[in-house]
Design a protein. Structure first.
Length: 335
């Protein structure tokens, strides 16, 4: 086992609505990422993926609030840390974040180099503008971005160049953990491939030590990450290697997700698309028992009454279901 870059233990965070209702969008999530590894997180819209990404940084803005659990970055627990300390010492240096709609994250009134200067000076005021320029020029060159991008405004860049620029800025301080929240969304296929290759290169060159890649596209994660976790209604329902998750999903929800999309590597001739019935539960009033039970065609009355425990298999695979692996495979084989 390699060095652990990020360890999360039973993390719970919630939104508080204007009616003072608690919405637990991250409800007891645990995960571990080793140095040099990448983890994909997938699930339907509203399952808690983006909230988890925000929560992992340890920096909270209302209406999102920390409740309990540990977030340990390279051996340092940042849970409950003073927000000013998190912003100065953790964000950018230890954990970096690429937000959804990253193409809109750049200040339209500033040149790219001015934006980079602001980012670096927030952590290290001693660096001169020349040193920052040289550092940015070198990093942009590695990522295939021409030097003249540094002197442009965001409006002068194409969508793909904006996305790559945001990724370059997010990783300029060589973070130990990079959290990328759907970084390839809204891009054409060619730009998606370029972004994915760039993020792989950052990992291989050691500019980032580990990565969490969040998306609702499971096949995309197969080409980017080592392992995949599937999230549903604020909880992790399965974790497996990327290959196993895409070609041999075990949890009924994971299987339903894979049945609703086409995997290019699998081919389309014999693939029949299926849909998951119903909608995710309202997390203001989550159901008792398994949260997927109302949509699961294999559910029994017990599933709706008893909360499933996480089962860990000898190969490291984990899933949360009341049925054994053997029983699940039997019902799948009989379909």
């Amino acid at each position: 086992m390699g060095k652990i870059m990020l360890e999360v233990k039973d993390l719970k965070t919630k939104y508080i609505t204007r009616f003072h209702e608690d919405v637990y969008s991250v409800d007891g999530v645990s995960l571990t990422i080793e140095e040099g590894k990448s983890l994909g997180i997938a699930g339907e819209s509203g399952c808690g993926k983006s909230t988890l990404a925000l929560s992992l940084m340890g920096y909270y803005f209302a209406p999102l609030h920390y409740v309990s659990g540990d977030i340990i970055v390279d051996g340092r627990n940042i849970s409950g840390m003073n927000p000013d300390d998190v912003r100065k010492n953790i964000l950018g240096n230890e954990i970096a974040y690429i937000p959804q709609a990253a193409m809109n994250a750049l200040n339209p009134t500033q040149k790219i180099i001015r934006f980079i200067e602001d980012v670096i000076h927030a952590h290290d005021k001693s660096m001169s503008k020349k040193d920052i320029y040289d550092m940015a020029k070198e990093r942009f060159a590695i990522l295939g971005l021409p030097e003249d991008v540094l002197q442009k405004h965001a409006v002068e860049l194409s969508g793909g160049m904006k996305q790559r620029t945001v990724i370059a800025i997010s990783t300029i301080l060589s973070p130990k953990v990079l959290i990328a929240d759907e970084p390839s969304s809204a891009l054409d296929v060619t730009s998606q491939k370029m972004v994915i290759k760039m993020m792989r290169d950052l990992m291989e060159k050691g500019y980032i030590k580990s990565m969490i890649f969040i998306t609702h596209e499971l096949p995309l994660l197969y080409n980017v990450t080592d392992d995949i976790m599937v999230m549903y209604a604020g909880r992790i329902v399965e974790k497996a290697s990327a290959k196993d998750m895409v070609f041999d999903p075990l949890h009924p929800y994971s299987k339903g997700l894979m049945g609703s999309i086409i995997v290019p590597e699998e081919g389309v001739r014999d693939h029949k698309l299926t849909a998951i019935p119903g909608t995710p539960p309202n997390l203001k009033h989550p159901p008792e028992g398994c949260r997927f039970a109302d949509r699961c065609k294999y559910a029994t009355p017990t599933c709706k009454a008893m909360d499933p425990q996480t089962i860990e298999l000898p190969n490291g695979r984990m899933y949360s279901c009341l049925m054994s692996e053997r029983k699940l495979r039997e019902v799948y084989a009989n379909e």
